[in-house]
Ligand binder design. Sequence first.
Ligand code: HEC
Ligand code: HEC
Ligand code: HEC
Ligand code: HEC
Ligand code: HEC
Length: 286
Amino acid sequence: MGNFANGHYAGSSSEAWMTRKGNVSTMRTHGPDGELAPFHVDYVIGGKRMQDAVTVFPDGRWQVLPVYFHVADRTWVDYTEAKQGPLSPEHPFYWTNARRMANHECLDCHTTALHVDYSEATRAWTTSFVDGNVACEDCHGPGSRHAETSEPADIVHPVHSGAVGMSACARCHGPRRPLFSLLDSEHQFRLGDAYDELYDPIVVTMPDGGASPDYFVDGKPKTSSFEYQAMLQSACYRKGKADCLTCHTAPHDPKHNATELRDTPAALCGSCHAEIRAAGAAHTHH
Ligand code: HEC
Ligand code: HEC
Ligand code: HEC
Ligand code: HEC
Ligand code: HEC
């Protein structure tokens, strides 16, 4: 999606020049040492609202290039700089550093069955995955046995799987701290595992009782994709047991588009809040 035909972006500390020759897209920007150099775009993440370009370093680190493409506005932006302030090469969020390493920070939510390894001998990373996006086995679990037997019991059907089904969505639709290192391959999430055994969701209150810096004082999240946390903290989930699949269809279902709901919001909410729905204008004042 990115406009690589002679694009340019200049922020307070980052600057980038985008070019495209044949199939090769390149971003020229300040590198690990702060010096300008060209970086090849090897992969992209997203493409619906935003698209981020990724370059693979010789030691196998996938780094998210500093400037993102805003699809609707067709402009280049630097949200990291906007959030963190001007970035120097020492800053953890400077694009060549650890917090911008996609194999570590992004790919487990943007691929299917990610596997990352590090060799101490060669000091290099290797990265592999089954599908380079959100795909069948993210929500249905390992499927090779089911492909041979066609038995419903050999695959996860999220809607009929209680907490396992909900963890299929929660794992990606809510920021969290993984409890095990990415290199501990025994303990990477596979559908069927209990969410709470592997992740600690980032919620308003910190374990020590303080307020999380990821929320404003009124509890509103500072960044995006907090759907799981929003749900966890609602009475609709705690008392009514509403979960993602009460309201959302399968995001891949060919009969629906990705954002389609099982019914109109009024009908969905009204299924549990019938009196409020029936009260109409007396409740809404509209
Ligand atoms: C905890 C899981 C998770 C992690 C980690 C994560 N993302 Fe995402 N990302 C999501 C979800 C979920 C969405 C969809 C947003 C929504 O909820 O509407 C998304 C959306 C996006 C989009 C917009 C996609 C589009 O088509 O418009 C981009 C680009 C993106 N993420 C890049 C990244 C990058 C770069 C990183 C690492 C620095 C990252 N993400 C880490 C879960 C994650
Ligand atoms: C983002 C999660 C997600 C992904 C990715 C996903 N599914 Fe599903 N799938 C679901 C959910 C949720 C349901 C239950 C739908 C419902 O009851 O409305 C479902 C239902 C199904 C069903 C049963 C349909 C039925 O009538 O009950 C089949 C078959 C299926 N998926 C196959 C696939 C295949 C094949 C892929 C990959 C091409 C895939 N799914 C990818 C979430 C997902
Ligand atoms: C492996 C991570 C992953 C899983 C599992 C997952 N999602 Fe997503 N979801 C994403 C990402 C990333 C996007 C952004 C679009 C994209 O890049 O495909 C997204 C997009 C969506 C959207 C559309 C929002 C938009 O941007 O238009 C909905 C709705 C959604 N997901 C609901 C669900 C539900 C419900 C489940 C559980 C059945 C689920 N997702 C499971 C990662 C995931
Ligand atoms: C599966 C049932 C269910 C669904 C669906 C549902 N709710 Fe709820 N909701 C509840 C229950 C149960 C309570 C707690 C009621 C009580 O304590 O009297 C609640 C409480 C609330 C509250 C009170 C605030 C709070 O968190 O304590 C609001 C507001 C609310 N719901 C709005 C909505 C809206 C808007 C929708 C549709 C998007 C919705 N609900 C869908 C079951 C549900
Ligand atoms: C009580 C009903 C309800 C529940 C439960 C619920 N959602 Fe939603 N969700 C909605 C409604 C309504 C919207 C707004 C749809 C719109 O604007 O058209 C929405 C919007 C979204 C969007 C943004 C879609 C877009 O177009 O940007 C995502 C992503 C999403 N929900 C994911 C989830 C996930 C993941 C869960 C579970 C953790 C969840 N939702 C639980 C009703 C619900």
